[in-house]
Design a protein around this ligand. Structure first.
Ligand SMILES: [Zn+2]
Length: 173
């Protein structure tokens, strides 16, 4: 998961929204990604404006990536089970998604990732790398099928996750 510098965290901290709207096309695209990536954890970014997610971009998960697995093995600190329950969003895919968003007058509103065979509740690892101001949607996937989806924001005072509402809305163009 990408770690943001202090400055960027400050910059996004004003954007907490009580509830988030997600275009149906983006929601379906993300859930399909979560299902097709099963049994591995997938991740990506949600893009849009204000309180509405209009697009998503799948990002490479460095933890599930072969090359990075080799790198971790070289460091001697990976076992294959961990591929299922953690993710590290590839900074290159993040930068590409961010430039695409800016070119289209949009911005990154949050991160999505899947929890294969686990509930849509953030893990301690998720909490440690979370940035205030972003929405974190977690898709719980059971046997390859979407079981649940919940959205979380990190509270900048106590750095604990709080759940927020969201609704899937019709795309408008
Ligand atoms: Zn997670």
């Amino acid at each position: 998961m990408l770690r943001l510098g202090q400055e960027q965290c400050m910059e996004v901290s004003a954007k907490i929204h009580n509830s988030l709207k997600i275009y149906k096309s983006a929601y379906l695209g993300m859930t399909r990604d979560a299902e097709s990536g099963y049994p591995y954890e997938v991740c990506g970014v949600m893009i849009g404006e204000k309180d509405t997610v209009t697009h998503f971009r799948k990002c490479a998960n460095l933890v599930a990536d072969d090359k990075s697995e080799t790198a971790f093995k070289e460091k001697g600190n990976i076992d294959s089970n961990r591929l299922k329950d953690r993710f590290e969003l590839d900074p290159r895919s993040y930068i590409e998604a961010d430039s695409w968003a800016r070119e289209n007058g949009l911005e990154i509103l949050g991160i999505y990732h899947s929890h294969p065979d686990h509930p849509s509740v953030p893990s301690e690892t998720d909490r440690q790398v979370a940035s205030p101001g972003w929405a974190y949607i977690i898709f719980s996937v059971t046997r390859g099928k979407l079981a649940d989806a919940r959205i979380w924001y990190i509270d900048e005072q106590d750095f604990q996750f709080e759940e927020r509402k969201f609704e899937v809305v019709k795309d408008s163009d």
